[in-house]
Design a protein around this ligand. Structure first.
Ligand code: PNS
Length: 161
């Protein structure tokens, strides 16, 4: 069975990678899709985010990296995929995720949202936390893979220059 794992991935963290690994234990094929969250202003372009993800999962033949601008349900319909994966870290995620799952179900009745629990060691971790710490020169190497840490360093240098 196929599934889509959508998100901003700005940038991808070890928490997201943990969800990808978990999803692959259940689903045969996974589409990791960089999307636009109208509530957020990304620091990396969609191309940069896709490139970072591809560097990390591109070696897996059953994982595809894609980008979609617009409604998530339209992407799922286009790809003829009926399952969408979201990670849950803590109860604080629940309200927003529930709203999204219900709204998506209203927009496309055939769709199912499957929630996977992030490993407890990543329960505090978010892309926004990573961005904040990296912007202030903190070490994020425990939270993101080396290619992402490097991209954050480069972004900071570019901002200074
Ligand atoms: O990583 P995020 O920012 O929590 O991911 C949220 C995302 C991008 C999956 C969500 O904002 C989304 O689905 N955006 C596409 C627009 C859409 O379909 N909105 C309706 C969702 S109820």
């Amino acid at each position: 069975m196929k599934a889509v794992y959508p998100g901003s991935f700005d940038p991808i963290t070890y928490g997201h990678l943990d969800i990808i690994e978990r999803a692959l234990k259940i689903f045969d094929e996974l589409w990791v899709v960089v999307m636009v969250n109208p509530r957020k202003k990304p620091i990396f372009t969609a191309q940069e985010r896709m490139k970072m993800i591809s560097q990390l999962v591109g070696g897996k033949r059953n994982v595809h990296v894609d980008y979609h601008e617009g409604l998530l349900v339209d992407y799922l319909k286009k790809q003829e995929i009926k399952v969408l994966i979201r990670g849950l870290r803590a109860v604080t995620d629940f309200q927003y995720e529930l709203e999204m799952a219900i709204a998506n179900k209203h927009l496309c009745g055939e769709l199912e949202t499957v929630f996977l629990m992030t490993d407890e060691k990543f329960s505090f971790l978010s892309s926004s936390l990573v961005r904040e710490v990296a912007a202030m020169g903190g070490d994020v190497s425990l939270w993101v893979p080396p290619n992402v840490a490097e991209a954050l360093r480069k972004l900071k240098l570019d901002a200074v220059i």
